[in-house]
Design a protein around this ligand. Structure first.
Ligand code: COA
Length: 144
């Protein structure tokens, strides 16, 4: 059974060595560690039998939040874990009285864009060359 918990520093230590190889190369360990200790950041982890399958996090500013990342272990993708994490992130935002959720996504990242659309996110902006040579789409979900 997969369960979703608040991510602890211990969870991060658990995946420190495989963070880039088995998840993604988006952030290094020290940036992530800093994020985890930020008072306005909230991270969730999906676990099964103590194996970390994915994680997702937000940063809040007043009644808005940005999705900082949502990442599933490469070997466990397309099994519904990204959806489970996003559903829990939206629930968390409701509990924090967040009214609007934003994110930036690489315009070439079809899996992520499909996931966000499935949860009702709409395109609201475009940031040229946000990811080196790739553009970012800004997406937003209101009325959580
Ligand atoms: C994006 C990501 C988190 C999706 O996680 P996942 O566990 O594979 O997603 P799910 O199995 O819950 O799939 C949810 C929806 O996403 C879409 N999706 C997932 N993988 C897809 C793919 N390879 N191609 C197209 N759509 C895809 C589908 O719409 C799917 O809905 P469906 O199952 O009803 O068809 C995962 O691909 C990932 O970790 N990517 C690398 C990190 C990343 O780019 N994160 C986002 C930017 S921060």
């Amino acid at each position: 059974m997969i369960e979703v918990y608040k991510m602890s520093l211990n969870d991060l230590e658990n995946i420190k060595e495989i963070l880039i190889s088995d998840f993604d190369d988006f952030w290094n360990y020290s940036t992530f560690k800093e994020e985890l200790s930020n008072a306005n950041s909230y991270y969730l982890v999906a676990k099964s039998d103590n194996e970390i399958l994915g994680f997702a996090g937000i940063k809040t500013v007043l009644d808005e939040a940005d999705i900082m990342n949502i990442v599933v272990k490469k070997s466990k993708r397309k099994l519904g874990i990204g959806s489970l994490l996003l559903k829990n992130i939206i629930e968390l935002c409701k509990n924090l009285n967040i009214s609007t959720l934003f994110l930036e996504v690489n315009e070439k990242n079809t899996p992520a864009i499909s996931l966000y659309k499935k949860f009702g996110f709409k395109n609201v902006g475009f940031r040229k060359n946000y990811y080196k040579e790739n553009n970012a789409i800004v997406m937003k979900k209101e009325n959580l």
